[in-house]
Ligand binder design. Sequence first.
Ligand SMILES: *Cc1c(COP(=O)(O)O)cnc(C)c1O
Length: 355
Amino acid sequence: MKPANIMRVDLRSDTVTQPTPAMRAAMLAAPLGDDVFAGDPSVNALQEKIAALLGFEAALFMPTGTQSNLCAILAHCQRGDEYIVGQFAHCYRWEGGGAAVLGSVQPQPLNHQSDGSLLLADIEAAIKPDDAHFARTRLLALENTLGGKLLPFDYVQQATELARAKGLSRHLDGARIFNAAVAQAATGGANGGDVFLEARRIAQCFDSVSVCFSKGLGAPVGSVLCGSREFLARAHRIRKMAGGGMRQSGLLAAAASYALDHHVLRLADDHALAQRLADGLRDLPGLVVETPQSNIVFVDLVDEARARADELIPFLAARGILVTGLYRLRFVTHLDLDAAGIAYTLAVMREFFRA
Ligand SMILES: *Cc1c(COP(=O)(O)O)cnc(C)c1O
């Protein structure tokens, strides 16, 4: 039987956070209008704020990151074009094949290196010559962070420069760009550790960037797509077709604005908790723990731990701890977790592996 006062520790994703009381207050106080008439002041303010922050002409608020990536790919590509993308990129693997289904845009997936990058030589080799046999290669899409990994900044520069030199557009799925910026700033960066300048430095390597507010930033809903006005005019038409024209969406934009003002720098706390969790798990038998670079810890179960894998998730769940995976577990830290939750998780994991 479950004790009534069981601690609940939800490590499935950084999407599970509840809006804080201050974020809810900001939502309720937001001035609203009809965004389909471009008349929602809170949406407009968010779009201007994020565009200025990341150094783009404009931005467009979207209900989801999936729709934001879809609008980006379809605004960069025509039917019969293709985009180069990683095998594990969200906008290839986890979005229902939307670019192909809805846009007749073909993905050209490439294998990742262990640091999450795509080899420059592989990118170059995947760019098709102008020949009727081939789809037209139009776009390189990268993701940062990818599976919690920070792409090395030198690599981001080289890959996007290669794409530019070959006439491709460059899109960043920056669902977690602020996690990337926090991680990059912590390693020194070029800007004395300024997180917002690091975010901008990453973003400026690309023609378009999609940012999620519903992940580590802790908003309930929403993403933005940033780019030039001309690009976003095309994306806006596609957003309408995809059913993403929202009305008094300033309620949601206000949460996103609040998150930009208050929840970016605190991502460092999530990264520290992920590190603490990884350090604690490393002592347990049969666990191979990847050193986290941001807020996601991957743990592979081997040997005796692997043999008991299907008992582990229910054991944790019965004690209020939610995690995804089976032989490869994923733990994600976020705004609604604290050191006590991590300590409790480690204690329960130790209990399982002692048994
Ligand atoms: C979550 C996520 C998205 C978008 O997801 P939605 O659930 O559609 O908002 C896109 N890319 C990455 C890398 C993500 O983690």
